[in-house]
Design a protein around this ligand. Structure first.
Ligand code: UDP
Length: 326
């Protein structure tokens, strides 16, 4: 099958592109390379364009069977400060993309959704039964897209999988691709940068949460486990499965302090930490109930927190040595 991976030069999209190729699918990457990096898509045909560029998008959509859509802004904190940016790209351009899919008769789409659609969950672990009440504009923008997918399924027979990620982390075991944001704001790479001295310290956002050690709890899932789930979901849809909305997590949560300790253990370095206030929009704990994914996709995360931190560390060291030699 020919799959258009939109946002395939980004972190999760680049891992999904490789997972598709490993399964024998043909991949075209579509990315405006605004936050992604062309080298993450090396070895693939790369169309450098924005999803708002509907003419270019349609010319490529006519060549494919299915779409995986990763092209979105994805920072909770930034979305609180600049919601306009989030609604413009994730909602307006997202809708343009969906309409272009319909116009080009592409009726299978895998959507990169998020546990942020649940907001502050009523029950933990979070099953798909939790009400969707996002507490930040990022979550709102993703919920809008899910709602649009549901409506297009009912009205036009578009089949979709909305995959609600918990915290994507880690890097491909090859060390060739991984997380690379500028500036970096995610916990694991930020803490590693602090450990190596690439930044003076990391800020720990909030130590007064109602959790056992006072810091936020998240469900960290290896990016290649996520990528595998995307391929499975797409193959199921192709085989005639109904649309689905599924959590992708491990079912196990770790606090910020636990993550920092694991990074210190793997890197054998100290992570300099400065205690800061809470970051707006951060719920205290987000942990998946992965039962539905196991049932529908016959999939579960196989990589541990050790694998996540070890692969992220290998990737970061490789980036550092590349920077030194250039
Ligand atoms: N976090 C932190 N310091 C940082 C980055 C993140 O304390 O420099 C915390 C953040 O408050 C959250 C967790 O680490 O509780 C994961 O944040 P991240 O930005 O990695 O992912 P998010 O949960 O926002 O998707």
């Amino acid at each position: 099958m020919v799959v258009l991976v939109i946002g395939g030069a980004g972190y999760i999209g680049s891992h999904a592109a490789r997972a598709l190729r490993r399964r024998g699918h043909e991949v075209i990457v579509y990315d405006n390379v605004s936050t992604g990096h062309a080298f993450l898509a090396s070895g693939f045909e790369l169309v450098r364009a924005d999803i708002a560029d509907v003419a270019t998008l349609k010319s490529v959509l006519r060549r494919v069977d299915s779409v995986m859509h990763f092209a979105a802004h994805a920072y909770v904190g930034e979305s609180v400060e600049n919601p306009r940016k989030y609604f413009r790209n994730n909602v307006e351009s997202g809708l343009a993309l969906l309409n272009a899919c319909l116009d080009c008769n592409v009726r299978r789409i895998i959507f990169s959704s998020t546990c942020a659609v649940y907001g502050v969950p009523v029950r933990i672990p979070i099953s798909e039964q939790n009400p969707r009440q996002p507490v930040n504009p990022y979550g709102v923008s993703k919920l809008f897209f899910e709602n649009a997918l549901e409506a297009y399924d009912r009205a036009y027979g578009l089949r979709f999988a909305a995959l609600r990620y918990f915290n994507a982390a880690g890097a491909d075991e090859s060390g060739e691709i991984g997380e690379l944001h500028d500036p970096e704001s995610h916990l694991i790479p930020s803490a590693m940068q602090a450990a190596t001295g690439a930044r003076r310290e990391m800020e720990l956002f909030g130590t007064d949460y109602p959790t056992p050690d006072g810091t936020c709890i998240r469900d960290y899932i290896h990016v290649n486990d996520l990528a595998d789930a995307h391929v499975i979901a797409l193959e199921l849809l192709t085989g005639g499965a109904n649309s689905m909305e599924v959590n992708l997590g491990t079912g196990r949560g770790y606090s910020v302090k636990e993550i920092i300790s694991k990074i210190e253990e793997v890197s054998k370095l100290k992570v300099p930490v400065r205690i800061a206030g809470r970051r707006p929009g951060d719920p205290p704990a987000l942990v998946a109930d992965p039962t539905l994914a196991e049932k529908l996709l016959h999939w579960k995360a196989t990589r541990s927190l050790d694998d996540i931190v070890a692969t992220a560390w290998k990737w970061m060291q490789r980036q550092d040595s590349k920077a030194l030699s250039s």
